[in-house]
Design a protein around this ligand. Structure first.
Ligand code: AP5
Length: 241
């Protein structure tokens, strides 16, 4: 995947991505899109779910606290998540921006992010977050989540019904056996969707009130969703030049 920055087709200028927030329910396609967008703008994909799963698999202190919470589909407490994210976002690779996937997820996390961004520049400029909500109807989500498989080596995301690998059960890129996430069982999915409705959906209003919320139709094919996101990001960043 390329790590070159994108160039705006209208102005010919390099696009500084700045902070980009992907909102959307479990299974909406945030991770799928973030993995593509990251390559275009040369900024990292920061997924709080991936960071937490990594802590769980390394059996860190944070991982020990988060494991049972994640397995039942609840949110990990804000203080633990904020320490983890705060540490990640000051790394040097975040200098031109980052794609946040799965964060913020509560109003307290969104307020923390606003404070963090108020004191942070990207390529020498203050840039507000671009908040994109990936919209997918409830009926599609179950199939997306029960059918999801992931490559543990490269992180590529598949779906046995919608985006199957060429060889069943194995990654197209590196041939590693694909795995299913523990929280993708029907029982936990139902809890995750309830948690989303209760704690994360209100964030759409939080950003709408700030005039920062943009929505894309996440039911379109992956490439079309990506194209919509790219054009939105480039239009909004060009408006800051
Ligand atoms: P997290 O890992 O963030 O999971 P999530 O938000 O539930 O989102 P998913 O990863 O399930 O879905 P996605 O939108 O990324 O969809 P994907 O691209 O994979 O969080 C897990 C847990 O960690 C939480 O429950 C919580 O406990 C904890 N946590 C994480 N962040 C936290 C925070 N900030 N605060 C507190 N706790 C936190 O796609 C899904 C499927 O659909 C795939 O199979 C894919 O192939 C398919 N697909 C994608 N796009 C398309 C398309 N356009 N057409 C057809 N199929 C598609």
């Amino acid at each position: 995947m390329s790590t070159q920055s994108a160039t705006d087709v209208m102005t010919g200028k390099e696009v500084t991505a700045g902070p980009i927030v992907l909102l959307g329910s479990p299974g909406a396609g945030k991770g799928t899109q973030a993995k593509i967008i990251t390559g275009r703008y040369g900024v990292p994909h920061v997924s709080t779910g991936d960071l937490l799963r990594d802590n769980v698999s390394r059996v860190t202190e944070l991982g020990k606290k988060a494991k049972a919470i994640m397995e039942r589909g609840d949110l990990v407490p804000d203080d633990l998540v904020l320490d983890m994210v705060g540490e990640r976002l000051v790394a040097a690779d975040c200098d031109k921006g980052f794609i946040l996937d799965g964060f913020p997820r509560t109003t307290a996390q969104a307020e923390w992010l606003d404070r963090f961004l108020a004191s942070r520049t990207f390529a020498g400029r203050f840039l507000p977050p671009i908040v994109i909500k990936v919209q997918v109807g409830y009926n599609q989500l179950l199939q997306r989540l029960t059918g999801r498989r992931t490559c543990p080596a490269c992180g590529r995301i598949y779906n046995v019904y919608l985006q199957p690998p060429r060889r069943e059960g194995f990654c197209d890129v590196d041939g590693a056996p694909l795995i299913q996430r523990k929280d993708d069982s029907e029982e936990v999915i139902s809890e995750r969707l309830k948690t989303y409705e209760r704690q994360t959906l209100p964030l759409a209003d939080y950003y709408r009130r700030q005039g920062r919320l943009y929505e894309v139709n996440g039911e379109l094919p992956v490439e079309q969703v990506t194209a919509e996101m790219h054009s939105l990001i480039e239009k909004l960043r060009a408006a800051h030049d």
